[in-house]
Ligand binder design. Structure first.
Ligand code: HEC
Ligand code: HEC
Ligand code: HEC
Ligand code: HEC
Ligand code: HEC
Ligand code: HEC
Ligand code: HEC
Ligand code: HEC
Ligand code: HEC
Ligand code: HEC
Length: 459
């Protein structure tokens, strides 16, 4: 303070007795400014007005996605009789992109602007506040009947339901028998192969992972013609795992061999019993044509099923009889042992061939939420799928619970996001309507900006 203390004495010393003649510099400035500032403001407003630039009313910069629209407020603020209106109109938003309805069953439809808050600077517009969801979900009402989903959800950390399949306890509906524990221990490759250690990735991959499969078929049954890549095909994602395929993940170890007569472990195609039956008949017919001596079938004396001694006998079969007998033998082995190891087979009475139950491997376990393995690739698989290396039955559900998610997704600076939009979509994008562009350069960028950037003939 000291030096600048305004005492009466110091003030008196500063008073200029001739102040009437010699205007104080500060007073002159005050006068000038009091006249010039309003004038500048009027000029500025008028100038912007003439250029139809409404930025003067603006309360903050637009989001990154809309930044380019800053010169044309009227794209969102549809003015009436030239008067600027504060409210952004839903129809204005829909002129550029659809925002399909959330649920046919909702009791009202909030306005676009109530969720996608604008003029907050270069933020992500879709990063909406939880209140926009809990206005309905904290006490869910449906247009017709009681709501089909959890009625009270207040926040991911506050009150939020368990993953559906864990809540209902229905179990894994898949029918492929797989003992995870057995396969995660050191295990033999094929009947006489080396011992190996399997990894989860030997059977579970996202569509985007394109390294060769370690245990795929050595000789694919049908070699597909090399297809040209389709440049319009959507890029494969890394979000969810593709269901394991026999040909990619089991074939090298579990061979579908059917008869020792065929060298190099020749196998039947991994297909329906009807296809396999046709394959076997053709194979054996060709074989016996090349080896006619085999039609003479010698039964060994000690080969009795009942244990009673049976004299050696010789039968001479027709080729058709021989093929039928060999096919039946091979099928007995396949249906009762080989296929049955992995499949549930039904033998409808009267039918010659069994039916293989649909494998029914679930592709998406959480239809009501989004999940992306790629975003969690820094973790080991079993840190979420605890039990995947000790489970012995297919019916076990190996998914993590909501508590696992909460250990990282919770409010706070040092956490992964925990707002509703991180894990859920709002819009039902399957119902999106396409929107046809309707604005020219000058509509979007303003007249002056457009002149600078536009090809001359377009204006
Ligand atoms: C991409 C669409 C969009 C454009 C372009 C746009 N706004 Fe907005 N503006 C909004 C939305 C959304 C709101 C929130 C309105 C509501 O609550 O209905 C808003 C609100 C406002 C408000 C009210 C105060 C506030 O911050 O909520 C003002 C003032 C405003 N805008 C001025 C402008 C001006 C000036 C321009 C042109 C420079 C402009 N806006 C361009 C979307 C837009
Ligand atoms: C003149 C055209 C135009 C208008 C009007 C417009 N938008 Fe957009 N919007 C765009 C474009 C272009 C993008 C960026 C491309 C994209 O994501 O489709 C975008 C992106 C978005 C996004 C995704 C971007 C993000 O950061 O998450 C949301 C949400 C959005 N707009 C909401 C709105 C809402 C709400 C309104 C009305 C207040 C509106 N838009 C009005 C053109 C427009
Ligand atoms: C209850 C809040 C809510 C309302 C109301 C709402 N949105 Fe959204 N919007 C979201 C959320 C959350 C997302 C991000 C998740 C998603 O895509 O569903 C989003 C995403 C978007 C996107 C971006 C899609 C992308 O490219 O990522 C657009 C565009 C959009 N909304 C437009 C609209 C329009 C237009 C309206 C009004 C007809 C509207 N929204 C109403 C919550 C809302
Ligand atoms: C206007 C009210 C309303 C708002 C706002 C709302 N919801 Fe919903 N939500 C509903 C209704 C109604 C249902 C369906 C209830 C039924 O069919 O029984 C539903 C269903 C759901 C479902 C389960 C069904 C499905 O489609 O996956 C999820 C998840 C969901 N909402 C998340 C959200 C999120 C996240 C937000 C905020 C971005 C939100 N909701 C905002 C009313 C709303
Ligand atoms: C030899 C191949 C193989 C290996 C190795 C393997 N799995 Fe599986 N896994 C399967 C098959 C087949 C299914 C489908 C049948 C079933 O549900 O058990 C499956 C199902 C699953 C499922 C979804 C079904 C459920 O019940 O939750 C998860 C999750 C899973 N495995 C995780 C893992 C993890 C983690 C590892 C590594 C520790 C692993 N698996 C190793 C073959 C394998
Ligand atoms: C690296 C080699 C290897 C791979 C790959 C492999 N398995 Fe196995 N599997 C074995 C061995 C070895 C056994 C134990 C010996 C036997 O009974 O065949 C076995 C046993 C089994 C059993 C019987 C388990 C029990 O509890 O008796 C089933 C069922 C099975 N595997 C299914 C599969 C399925 C389905 C796949 C592909 C998704 C697969 N296996 C991939 C090597 C493998
Ligand atoms: C080592 C395990 C294993 C053996 C042995 C096996 N399969 Fe499979 N099978 C699978 C797996 C895994 C699938 C599901 C994915 C696929 O299509 O490869 C499957 C799928 C099938 C399907 C399609 C089922 C559906 O979902 O519609 C048929 C049919 C089938 N197998 C028939 C057979 C027959 C017949 C045999 C015996 C010759 C056999 N499989 C032997 C593992 C096996
Ligand atoms: C970290 C991720 C995450 C966050 C954040 C999150 N959820 Fe969920 N939510 C899930 C998962 C996972 C499920 C189970 C989905 C399933 O079983 O299909 C779920 C299920 C739901 C369901 C369906 C309930 C039912 O009865 O099946 C609704 C509705 C829902 N959440 C609303 C919300 C709302 C509202 C918020 C914000 C307050 C929110 N969620 C935040 C992950 C999340
Ligand atoms: C952050 C936890 C987390 C980690 C880490 C994780 N998973 Fe998952 N996994 C999930 C969730 C959640 C689902 C259910 C997703 C869905 O289907 O909606 C799932 C689903 C699966 C399924 C069933 C098919 C599918 O995609 O829905 C398999 C198989 C699987 N995971 C294997 C793996 C393997 C292999 C790894 C390691 C490379 C792994 N997971 C790492 C959480 C995780
Ligand atoms: C070890 C910590 C950890 C665990 C456990 C975890 N997450 Fe995450 N999750 C992350 C991180 C880190 C990100 C990326 C940063 C972000 O989006 O906040 C992320 C991102 C996500 C995203 C956003 C993906 C996107 O497309 O942007 C979803 C959805 C999600 N997690 C769901 C889940 C669910 C459901 C579970 C429980 C089954 C789970 N997470 C468990 C750390 C974790």
């Amino acid at each position: 303070m000291g030096r600048f203390q305004r005492t009466t004495r110091k003030l008196a010393q500063r008073i200029n007795l001739n102040y009437f003649e010699r205007p104080h510099p500060l007073r002159r400035w005050r006068l000038l400014l009091s006249l010039a500032l309003p004038a500048a403001a009027v000029l500025w407003l008028g100038w912007h007005g003439a250029a139809r630039d409404n930025r003067v009313y603006s309360s903050g910069a637009l989001s990154s996605a809309h930044a380019v629209l800053a010169a044309e407020c009227g794209l969102c603020h549809i003015s009436r009789a030239g008067v600027f209106r504060e409210h952004a109109n839903d129809q204005a938003c829909l002129a550029c992109h659809d925002g399909p309805i959330h649920h046919a069953n909702q009791t009202f439809t909030p306005s676009c602007a109530s969720c996608h808050a604008e003029h907050r600077g270069p933020v992500r517009l879709a990063a909406i506040s939880d209140r926009n969801c809990t206005q309905c979900h904290a006490n869910l009402q449906a247009r017709s009947g009681p709501p089909a989903y959890e009625r009270i959800i207040e926040g991911f950390s506050a009150r939020h339901p368990q993953i559906g399949v864990l809540r209902t306890g229905k179990g894994d509906p898949g029918t492929i028998k797989l003992n995870h524990m057995l396969h995660m221990k050191p295990i033999r490759v094929g009947p006489n192969g080396p011992i190996t250690q399997l990894e989860c990735e030997d059977c579970h991959r996202t569509p985007a992972m394109n390294e060769p499969w370690r245990f795929a078929e050595t000789k694919p049954a049908i070699t597909p013609a090399a297809a040209k890549p389709d440049p319009l095909a959507p890029a494969p994602t890394r979000a969810l795992m593709t269901p394991p395929k026999y040909a990619k993940t089991c074939a090298a170890c579990h061979l579908l061999t059917f008869d020792r007569r065929f060298q190099d472990n020749e196998v039947v195609p991994h297909d329906t019993p009807e296809v396999i039956h046709g394959f076997l008949v053709k194979k054996f017919a060709a074989y016996v044509a090349a080896h006619p001596l085999e039609l003479r079938v010698v039964r060994e004396p000690d080969r009795s099923v009942t244990g009673r001694p049976v004299p050696a006998s010789v039968r001479v079969l027709t080729p058709l009889q021989w093929v039928a007998e060999r096919t039946a033998e091979a099928e007995e082995l396949l249906w009762r042992k080989t296929c049955k190891q992995c499949h549930a087979l039904h033998f409808p009475s009267g039918a010659a061939l069994p039916q293989v139950a649909s494998s029914n491997i679930t592709v998406r376990w959480m239809p009501q939420a989004v999940f992306d393995h790629e975003k969690h690739r820094m973790m080991t698989c079993v840190s979420c799928h605890a039990g995947a290396d000790t489970s012995q039955a297919t019916s076990d559900v190996l998914l993590p619970g909501i508590a696992t998610c909460r250990s990282c997704h919770h409010p706070g600076e040092d956490a992964a996001g925990a707002r509703c939009f991180e894990c859920h979509t709002y819009h039902d994008w399957s119902k999106e309507k396409s929107v046809k562009g309707r604005y020219a350069f000058h509509n979007l960028l303003g007249v002056s900006a457009a002149r600078a950037g536009e090809p001359s003939q377009a204006k």
